[in-house]
Design a protein around this ligand. Structure first.
Ligand code: DGJ
Length: 330
């Protein structure tokens, strides 16, 4: 036996153990639980690429729409599906960028914070998102609309515009119990947060459009429990995390009362490093809500992480408590 060959079994065993460890780590990450701020692998073993997103429940499955990102580029709206909220299958691009440089969704522009809602009257899925035009940074400040008969798309782009002439950057769509839908959007260089009622087909806004408050907030996310509406927003510090705030109202058009920051735990004062994007009502579980946020990695946006945390209630007010790993109660 030469001097190297006696080490070969040891080297092989070590390599085998390392690759077993890698596999077991990976299978842990193709998740059985929510692990905020960790890599979150889809069923192909790739980090989920659906940032600034929102989720809808349709035909017995959840669909997660989000920004498909390259290291910085905005590459369209991606969609993933899941039955259990832990394991997600990549369903491809719901809305792709287009080659025509005249288009509002041409390559080089931005599509951010996509939210999909279902219109029971028209039987169409409607996608709303923040649009920025190529080579203009965040100046255009528009909202975009696209539709599809199938939840996963492909969605047909309808138009982009400024709602009632107002600038519109971060936004969300909220559908109330009576199926009336609303656009909530950051306006006037993000100083104002506004709400606009949508048309019955959800393809445009109405002129019922009101200022909610002027507190320089963005990243709105809304939910309703027992006739009260809860709105979580972030401050405006670009990709950097800041303190969240909670507002409560009994009417979507206000008045909205500011309540203390609902985050609790390490780095709570910086939303655990993240920024709100959506609040997901869990299907068939009354009053069960999940808070969704993004931990942005501006140097490599595709690597941005997700924070999904349960919303609990203390003295009737929502609390979002940090947890390294958690599961929904069966
Ligand atoms: C904060 C917004 O919430 C994000 O969606 C994104 O537009 C960044 N600003 C860009 O700096």
């Amino acid at each position: 036996m030469n001097s190297l060959s006696k080490y070969i079994p040891i080297i092989t065993a070590t390599a085998l153990m390392a690759s077993c460890q890698r596999l077991s780590n990976q299978s842990k990450q193709i998740s059985q639980s929510f692990q905020p701020n960790q890599l979150w692998l889809d069923t192909d073993g790739k980090h989920i690429n659906a940032h600034g997103g929102g989720v809808i429940y349709a035909n017995g499955k959840y669909y997660w729409f989000g920004e498909k990102r390259g290291s910085s580029a905005s590459e369209g709206v991606s969609v993933y599906s899941s039955k259990n909220l832990y394991q997600w299958k990549n369903e491809g691009l719901a809305l792709a960028k287009v080659d025509d440089p005249q288009s509002d969704i041409a390559h080089g522009g931005l599509m951010e914070r996509p939210k999909v809602v279902y219109n029971a009257q028209t039987k169409q899925y409607v996608l709303w998102f923040h649009v920025e035009l190529p080579k203009q940074g965040y100046k255009a400040a528009r909202v975009g609309v696209a539709v599809s008969d199938e939840v996963t798309g492909p969605y047909q782009f309808v138009k982009s515009f400024r709602p009632n002439g107002n600038m519109s950057r971060d936004m969300t769509i909220y559908v109330d119990d009576d199926q009336q839908a609303y656009l909530v959007y950051s306006s006037r260089e993000n100083y104002d947060l506004r709400i606009a009622k949508l048309q019955p087909d959800y393809l445009d806004v109405t002129t019922q459009d009101t200022l909610l408050f002027s507190q320089h907030r963005e990243a709105p996310a809304i939910f309703k429990k027992e006739r009260l509406y809860y709105l979580i927003t972030s401050g405006c510090t670009g990709w950097d995390a800041n303190k969240a705030s909670l507002h409560v109202a009994s009417n979507l058009f206000g008045p909205w009362q500011m309540i203390k920051d609902p985050m609790k735990g390490p780095l709570a004062e910086k939303t655990f490093g993240g920024q709100s994007t959506f609040i997901l009502p869990v299907a068939n579980k009354k009053d069960t809500f999940i808070f969704l946020a993004d931990t942005w990695k501006p140097k490599n946006l595709i690597d941005s992480r997700y924070i999904w945390l349960p919303i609990t209630f203390e003295a009737q007010l929502p609390v979002i408590q940090w947890s390294d790993s958690w599961r929904l109660e069966e």
